[in-house]
Design a protein around this ligand. Structure first.
Ligand SMILES: [Zn+2]
Length: 140
């Protein structure tokens, strides 16, 4: 079986299956190919080249999608890991980070919110802080 993309002179494009390319040639010669418009038997086979070109584009797009999905998954894994292994302190992050660093009390891993300026300050004080991309869990 072979599938051809066909075009009628009325402008309608459609796809049709044939047992072989010879079968198509035979039907075309006898003007036995028909279109839904019912007015014309003047139907031609479309070149396959554009389809090949679009396939190449598709492959590239798939790779980009795959890359995007992989990055998203790793970011979700990272978020899961942080959530499981650190305590969420929200807006208290800066003061909690300082209290752990200076008072050595209740030493543990924490995560929460800080502005880039606050993060910079903590780093200047020698406190180990990492900024991680926080992905929305609903985001696929
Ligand atoms: Zn037609």
């Amino acid at each position: 079986m072979i599938k051809y993309h066909l075009k009628c002179e009325c402008g309608v494009e459609f796809e049709s299956w044939f047992s072989s390319s010879k079968e198509y040639d035979r039907l075309e010669k006898k003007k036995m190919l028909s279109c839904q418009c019912g007015k014309s038997n003047n139907i031609s086979k479309q070149l396959m080249a554009p389809q090949i070109a679009s396939k190449k584009v598709d492959t590239k797009k798939n790779k980009q999608e795959e890359f995007y999905k992989t990055v998203n998954k790793k970011l979700r894994d990272l978020r899961d890991y942080v959530e499981k292994n650190a305590e969420y302190v929200g807006d208290n992050f800066v003061s909690e980070a300082r209290s752990i660093h200076y008072d050595k009390k209740n030493v543990r891993s924490i995560y929460g919110k800080a502005t880039p300026e606050q993060t910079e300050e903590l780093l200047d004080e020698g406190i180990e802080v990492n900024t991680v991309p926080w992905i929305d869990k609903a985001n696929n």
